[in-house]
Design a protein around this ligand. Sequence first.
Ligand SMILES: Cc1cc2nc3c(=O)[nH]c(=O)nc-3n(C[C@H](O)[C@H](O)[C@H](O)COP(=O)(O)OP(=O)(O)OC[C@H]3O[C@@H](n4cnc5c(N)ncnc54)[C@H](O)[C@@H]3O)c2cc1C
Length: 274
Amino acid sequence: MKTLFVAFESDDESRAGGFCEALGQPWDSVHVPADALSDAAATAVQAAVQGHTHIAAVSSMRSKDVMARVAGLLDCGMVTDVTAVVSPTVFERPIIAGTVTATVEATASPVVLTFRPSSFPASGQGPASSTPLTVGPSLVQRTATNVRGGSRPDLTQAKRVVSGGRPLKDAETFERVIGGLADKLGGAVGATRAAVDSGIAPNELQVGQTGKIVAPDLYIAAGISGSTQHMAGIKDSKCIVAINKDPDAPIFEFADFGLVADLYDAVPELEKSL
Ligand SMILES: Cc1cc2nc3c(=O)[nH]c(=O)nc-3n(C[C@H](O)[C@H](O)[C@H](O)COP(=O)(O)OP(=O)(O)OC[C@H]3O[C@@H](n4cnc5c(N)ncnc54)[C@H](O)[C@@H]3O)c2cc1C
């Protein structure tokens, strides 16, 4: 029994040890080049699978895209967003916006998995081998790339996230207030669906059940009520700080630190003090 870990980001390998240790077996690591297209990357991973019983990656939009193709090519099952290993074929994963934890069994071999690194300790044994993948030609061609967010870290990988909700007046105010604090912290910017639907924040910043799942060390929620759908995307955050002017806002039930204040006073003050 051996795991093939597929690294998509430069720090993925350092986040894999705890999960591979929970599986209780040695692991090799292959690295997918950043510019590889999904179909070609999946074919390259498939070629590297031989001798491995588990193919695993850190949960992210990209890994789920590629690993689903790997599972298809191998004609085996896939378990996403694993949060606990019960046995090498039985895993726990959240369903229904994280309100229920399902225990699922993978009945085909190999087993293709993505896991949430925040659910496993950072430490653990390193890989037996670490190899960059050679990715062949793709069936599709990238004709344009539109990157938003400038130099900010990727929302799903960021160690610090500052998110804003509906009370931010407009896009300019959102960027100045929420973006300003995020930049001071070297973090990413997130938003609620209400902020996105109001046109205050771009769609790709939405965090939650129908947005991105984040698991930073620090999540600052400014002017966010704490709806179940939003909390589903942030519940793995190590420390949640809520700033809300309503002392009865539901988010205070989940927050590690709560500040009852107007975000227009508190956020700039926080930014100034850093
Ligand atoms: C199927 C479905 C999927 C959904 N998916 C998502 C999702 O993925 N992500 C998501 O976020 N939502 C999602 N939603 C929407 C969700 O239910 C909430 O409507 C949304 O999260 C509320 O956003 P909000 O907290 O910004 O706004 P509001 O609910 O309007 O809350 C604003 C908060 O800001 C506080 N406030 C107001 N002014 C200030 C101020 N000046 N300073 C400080 N605090 C202030 C208020 O007290 C309030 O608590 C989904 C809903 C459905 C039905």
